[in-house]
Design a protein around this ligand. Structure first.
Ligand code: FRU
Length: 496
C-alpha cells in the first residue's frame, strides 16, 4: 500500500523534475530528482543493478521531513530515477525517515532498515526526540513498512545511552551467518559510540556489543557508521559531528574517518590501529560502502558540507550531490580511494603531453572542459627547482579554482575562493601529500558542479562543490620556479 504522503511525493517529483534540463545537473554525479538530498542510503546491488537511495526532501532546497529518494544504475555513473521509496507517514517515523541501509533477503525481497524519528513536546514543554530503527520490505520499486516496527528502540540499547541520538543502521551479512548491523549512538559522556546488533533473519535484532566509542576524542556524535573488511583489516567508517581541528588531518565541524584495526569475532570487540580522514576537501560527508559481487568495496558520499548549505545558487532546482563512487583499497596501513573503474568506459576525446616544462601560467592545446578526467604528474626540473605549482580549473575571466602543491611543506591545497560563491564560509583546505622521488600525481575529476582530486593513486582525496558558470572551462598550469609536467586528459562522454 502506498500512503497518501508517499503518493504525493511521487507525483510532485515526477511533475517538477521535468523542468530540470540535462545541462542543469552534473553529467555523471547523482543529484536529487528534485529538491534537497543529503546522505546516501541503502547503497546495494539488487536484481543485477546498483540501487542508491538518499535522504530526500522533494518540496524545497532545504532539509525537511526526510523521505528516501531512489535511483538505479548499472555502472555507478549513468543514473535512472525511480519513484521515492519512503515517506514519513507512520506514527513511529513522522519526524522523518532518516539514514539507513539495504540487504537482500533469502526470499529475493529487499530489506531496508532506516531510523524512524519521533518528535513530541515533553511534559515541561521542551521538544523531545526519540530515534528508533524500522524496516521496510520491497521489490526494488515499492516498499512496505512492517507492522512490527520499530524493531529496535530504546529498550534495546545499554543503560545510559542516548534515546535521542540512535541512528543510521548499516546492515551487512554476518561472517557468523545471519546479519549484523552497526548503529550510531551517543554515550553518557556526550560523545559517540557505535553499537553492534545481530539478527538471524533480518527481522528480529539484538544488541551484541559496543564496537568502538569516541570518548570525546574525535568530535561528538558519530553518525552514519559502516563496518567492513578490507585488505586483511577491519574498518569502521563514521562521520563525527562537532569535531575540533587536528593538524591538517581533521577540520572543524562535521568530519569523516576510517578507523582501521581488528575485529575479534569471539568477544565482538574492535581494536584500533590507525585513524585516517576519509576526504580532505571541502564537501564530503556521510559516506556509505557496498561490496560488489566481484569483491570490490565501493564508497559513495554526500558531496556537501552541512555548514556550507547556504551556498546555493539563486536559480537552483536541486541541492546536494553525491561523490563519484570510489573503489577502496588498503596499502601500507592507509586506505586509498579512486573513482570506480567503470568511468573509463566513458573516456572520450584524449589529449596527452609528456615532460612539458612549466614556468609562468600556460594553457595547453586541447586541455579545457568541465566534464573531465585528467591525470597530471608534476616533478621538479632539478632538485628544488620549483617552490609551488598551481593548476587552475573551471577558469574564466572572473573565476577559477586552484589546486596547488608546495614540495617543501608537502602540502596540497584546494582553493575555490574565486569559484563564484558569494557566501563567506570556508573555501580552502589543505592536506599532506608525500612526493614519490620528487614526483606527485594528481587525478582531477570535473563534473560541471564539482571537482574531486585524488593524489598519488588515491592516498588522499579532496572533494568540493563548485557553482562556477559553465562557460568558465579553462585549465592552466604555472610554477613558481620550473617544473616538468606530463598529462593525460579525457573528456567524459556519456552519449550512448
Ligand atoms: C547525517 C545525518 C544522519 C541522519 C540524516 C538526517 O548527515 O544527520 O545522522 O540520519 O543526516 O537527514
Amino acid at each position: 500500500m502506498i500512503s497518501e504522503k508517499l503518493q504525493k511525493a511521487r507525483e510532485y517529483e515526477e511533475k517538477y523534475s521535468a523542468f530540470i534540463t540535462e545541462g542543469e545537473r552534473p553529467l555523471f554525479h547523482l543529484t536529487p530528482r528534485i529538491g534537497w538530498a543529503n546522505d546516501p542510503n541503502g547503497f546495494s546491488f539488487y536484481k543485477g543493478e546498483y540501487h542508491l537511495f538518499y535522504q530526500y526532501h522533494p518540496y524545497s532546497l532545504q532539509w525537511g521531513p526526510m523521505h528516501w529518494g531512489h535511483a538505479l544504475s548499472r555502472d555507478f555513473l549513468r543514473w535512472k530515477y525511480l519513484p521515492a521509496a519512503l515517506a514519513p507517514d507512520q506514527p513511529y517515523d513522522e519526524g522523518g525517515c532518516f539514514s539507513g541501509s539495504a540487504l537482500e533477503l533469502p526470499d529475493g525481497r529487499q530489506l531496508l532498515m532506516y531510523t524512524g524519528v519521533r518528535q513530541f513536546l515533553g511534559q515541561d514543554g521542551s521538544s523531545q526526540v526519540i530515534q528508533n530503527q524500522c524496516l521496510a520490505v520491497g521489490d526494488g520499486l515499492n516498499y512496505e513498512k512492517l507492522p512490527i516496527n520499530p524493531v529496535l528502540d530504546v529498550k534495546d540499547i545499554p543503560e545510559g545511552f542516548s534515546k535521542a541520538d540512535f541512528r543510521d543502521p548499516k546492515m551487512f551479512p554476518s561472517p557468523e551467518g545471519g546479519y549484523d548491523c552497526v548503529i550510531g549512538n551517543r554515550t553518557d559522556d556526550g560523545s559517540g559510540a557505535i553499537l553492534l546488533f545481530h539478527s538471524e533473519d533480518g527481522y528480529k535484532w539484538r544488541f551484541v556489543s559496543i564496537l568502538d566509542r569516541c570518548h570525546n576524542e574525535y568530535g561528538k556524535m558519530w553518525e552514519c557508521p559502516d563496518f567492513f573488511a578490507l585488505g586483511g583489516k577491519d574498518v569502521i567508517m563514521t562521520s563525527p559531528q562537532d569535531m575540533s581541528s587536528l593538524g591538517v588531518e581533521f577540520h572543524n565541524g562535521n568530519g569523516t574517518m576510517f578507523l582501521t584495526g581488528h575485529y575479534d569475532a569471539e568477544t565482538h570487540s574492535f581494536e584500533r590501529e590507525n585513524v585516517q580522514a576519509v576526504d580532505y576537501g571541502l564537501d564530503f560527508y556521510a559516506p556509505q560502502t557496498l561490496e560488489l559481487p566481484d569483491g570490490r568495496r565501493v564508497m559513495v558520499a554526500w558531496m556537501q558540507n552541512w555548514d556550507a548549505c547556504g551556498g546555493q545558487p539563486s536559480a537552483a532546482k536541486w541541492f546536494g550531490q553525491m561523490t563519484v563512487p570510489r573503489e577502496l583499497s588498503l596499502r601500507e596501513g592507509r586506505i586509498l580511494q579512486l573513482p570506480v573503474r567503470e568511468l573509463e568506459a566513458y573516456h572520450g576525446r584524449r589529449v596527452s603531453y609528456l615532460n612539458i616544462p612549466v614556468r609562468e601560467e600556460v594553457t595547453l592545446r586541447g586541455v579545457y572542459g568541465r566534464t573531465v578526467d585528467m591525470t597530471v604528474t608534476v616533478k621538479p626540473m632539478s632538485r628544488g627547482s620549483y617552490k609551488r605549482f598551481q593548476i587552475k580549473v573551471a577558469s574564466g575571466s572572473q573565476h577559477y579554482t586552484s589546486i596547488s602543491y608546495c614540495p617543501e611543506s608537502s602540502m596540497l591545497r584546494l582553493n575555490r575562493s574565486h569559484s563564484g560563491f558569494n557566501r563567506d564560509f570556508v573555501h580552502e583546505r589543505e592536506c599532506f601529500v608525500k612526493d614519490r622521488d620528487g614526483e606527485i600525481k594528481l587525478r582531477i575529476l570535473l563534473d560541471r558542479f564539482s571537482v574531486e582530486v585524488f593524489a598519488n593513486d588515491g592516498e588522499q582525496a579532496m572533494s568540493a562543490t563548485l557553482f562556477t558558470p559553465p562557460t568558465a572551462d579553462g585549465i592552466s598550469f604555472e610554477a613558481q620556479g620550473k617544473a616538468l609536467i606530463s598529462l593525460e586528459k579525457y573528456d567524459i562522454d556519456m552519449r550512448p
